[in-house]
Design a protein. Sequence first.
Length: 135
Amino acid sequence: SVPAGDYTLTATRAGAVPTVVSGTVDPGSDVGTLELRLAQQASIVGSVVTGGPCDLIVRLFAFDEFDAGDAAEVELIAGQYEFSAVDAPAGFIVAVFTRGATEPLATTSVASRPSAEITAPTIDVSATCQSLGSP
Protein backbone atom coordinates (compact mmCIF):
# COMPACT_ATOMS: atom_id res chain seq x y z
CA SER A 1 0.00 0.00 0.00
CA VAL A 2 1.34 3.39 -1.04
CA PRO A 3 0.10 6.61 0.55
CA ALA A 4 -1.72 9.05 -1.75
CA GLY A 5 0.51 11.65 -3.40
CA ASP A 6 2.71 12.50 -6.35
CA TYR A 7 5.60 10.15 -7.07
CA THR A 8 8.59 9.95 -9.38
CA LEU A 9 10.11 6.52 -9.99
CA THR A 10 13.61 6.34 -11.42
CA ALA A 11 15.02 3.03 -12.66
CA THR A 12 18.72 2.78 -13.47
CA ARG A 13 21.22 0.23 -14.68
CA ALA A 14 24.90 0.54 -15.47
CA GLY A 15 25.68 2.10 -18.82
CA ALA A 16 22.13 3.24 -19.57
CA VAL A 17 20.15 6.44 -19.44
CA PRO A 18 17.80 6.30 -16.41
CA THR A 19 14.10 5.66 -17.04
CA VAL A 20 11.90 8.15 -15.16
CA VAL A 21 8.14 7.78 -14.66
CA SER A 22 5.99 10.29 -12.76
CA GLY A 23 2.48 9.68 -11.48
CA THR A 24 -0.15 10.45 -8.89
CA VAL A 25 -1.68 7.95 -6.49
CA ASP A 26 -5.24 8.84 -5.49
CA PRO A 27 -6.53 7.99 -1.99
CA GLY A 28 -7.86 4.43 -1.82
CA SER A 29 -6.84 3.57 -5.38
CA ASP A 30 -5.01 0.42 -6.47
CA VAL A 31 -1.54 1.28 -7.74
CA GLY A 32 -1.48 -1.78 -10.00
CA THR A 33 1.49 -2.91 -12.04
CA LEU A 34 3.91 -0.55 -13.72
CA GLU A 35 5.90 -1.76 -16.71
CA LEU A 36 9.19 -0.04 -17.38
CA ARG A 37 11.30 -0.26 -20.49
CA LEU A 38 14.90 0.43 -19.62
CA ALA A 39 17.18 2.04 -22.18
CA GLN A 40 19.83 -0.10 -23.84
CA GLN A 41 23.16 -0.31 -22.09
CA ALA A 42 26.30 1.23 -23.51
CA SER A 43 28.53 -0.85 -25.76
CA ILE A 44 31.89 -0.50 -27.50
CA VAL A 45 32.52 -2.04 -30.90
CA GLY A 46 35.50 -1.95 -33.20
CA SER A 47 37.73 -3.69 -35.68
CA VAL A 48 41.27 -5.00 -35.78
CA VAL A 49 43.24 -5.25 -39.03
CA THR A 50 45.43 -8.36 -38.95
CA GLY A 51 46.55 -8.73 -42.58
CA GLY A 52 45.88 -12.46 -42.37
CA PRO A 53 45.40 -15.20 -39.78
CA CYS A 54 46.53 -14.14 -36.32
CA ASP A 55 45.43 -15.64 -32.98
CA LEU A 56 44.36 -12.53 -31.06
CA ILE A 57 42.15 -11.50 -28.16
CA VAL A 58 40.85 -8.05 -27.30
CA ARG A 59 40.64 -6.76 -23.74
CA LEU A 60 38.78 -3.75 -22.38
CA PHE A 61 40.28 -1.97 -19.37
CA ALA A 62 38.93 0.97 -17.41
CA PHE A 63 41.37 3.90 -17.83
CA ASP A 64 42.50 3.74 -14.21
CA GLU A 65 42.94 -0.04 -14.26
CA PHE A 66 44.91 -0.53 -17.48
CA ASP A 67 47.18 -3.55 -17.23
CA ALA A 68 46.58 -3.75 -13.48
CA GLY A 69 42.95 -4.65 -13.00
CA ASP A 70 40.39 -7.02 -14.33
CA ALA A 71 39.53 -6.69 -17.98
CA ALA A 72 36.67 -7.91 -20.11
CA GLU A 73 37.96 -10.17 -22.88
CA VAL A 74 36.51 -11.13 -26.26
CA GLU A 75 37.72 -12.92 -29.35
CA LEU A 76 37.74 -11.38 -32.78
CA ILE A 77 35.07 -12.53 -35.20
CA ALA A 78 36.02 -11.66 -38.77
CA GLY A 79 38.19 -8.85 -37.42
CA GLN A 80 35.36 -7.36 -35.30
CA TYR A 81 34.79 -7.20 -31.55
CA GLU A 82 32.03 -6.02 -29.23
CA PHE A 83 31.89 -5.26 -25.52
CA SER A 84 28.28 -5.08 -24.35
CA ALA A 85 26.82 -3.60 -21.17
CA VAL A 86 29.80 -1.37 -20.31
CA ASP A 87 29.69 1.36 -17.67
CA ALA A 88 28.93 4.84 -18.98
CA PRO A 89 30.01 7.50 -19.09
CA ALA A 90 33.51 6.11 -18.64
CA GLY A 91 36.91 5.99 -20.30
CA PHE A 92 38.43 2.74 -21.52
CA ILE A 93 41.55 1.31 -23.12
CA VAL A 94 41.00 -1.30 -25.83
CA ALA A 95 44.07 -3.55 -26.04
CA VAL A 96 44.91 -6.26 -28.58
CA PHE A 97 46.97 -9.22 -27.36
CA THR A 98 48.28 -12.42 -28.88
CA ARG A 99 46.80 -15.32 -26.92
CA GLY A 100 48.72 -15.86 -23.68
CA ALA A 101 50.70 -12.61 -23.95
CA THR A 102 51.02 -10.16 -21.08
CA GLU A 103 51.94 -7.12 -23.21
CA PRO A 104 49.52 -5.74 -25.81
CA LEU A 105 50.41 -5.46 -29.48
CA ALA A 106 48.46 -2.21 -29.71
CA THR A 107 45.97 -0.09 -27.79
CA THR A 108 43.46 2.68 -28.37
CA SER A 109 41.31 4.74 -26.06
CA VAL A 110 37.56 5.27 -26.18
CA ALA A 111 34.89 6.89 -24.02
CA SER A 112 31.46 5.32 -23.55
CA ARG A 113 28.19 7.25 -23.41
CA PRO A 114 25.02 6.06 -21.67
CA SER A 115 22.78 3.95 -23.92
CA ALA A 116 25.06 4.45 -26.94
CA GLU A 117 27.06 2.09 -29.14
CA ILE A 118 30.48 3.68 -29.60
CA THR A 119 32.86 2.62 -32.37
CA ALA A 120 36.48 2.64 -31.23
CA PRO A 121 39.24 3.66 -33.66
CA THR A 122 40.44 0.79 -35.86
CA ILE A 123 43.54 -0.98 -34.56
CA ASP A 124 46.04 -2.19 -37.20
CA VAL A 125 48.37 -4.98 -36.08
CA SER A 126 48.98 -6.42 -39.56
CA ALA A 127 52.73 -5.76 -39.56
CA THR A 128 53.14 -7.44 -36.18
CA CYS A 129 50.97 -10.43 -37.15
CA GLN A 130 52.95 -10.94 -40.35
CA SER A 131 56.28 -10.76 -38.48
CA LEU A 132 55.02 -13.29 -35.91
CA GLY A 133 54.00 -15.69 -38.65
CA SER A 134 50.94 -16.66 -36.60
CA PRO A 135 48.98 -19.56 -38.05
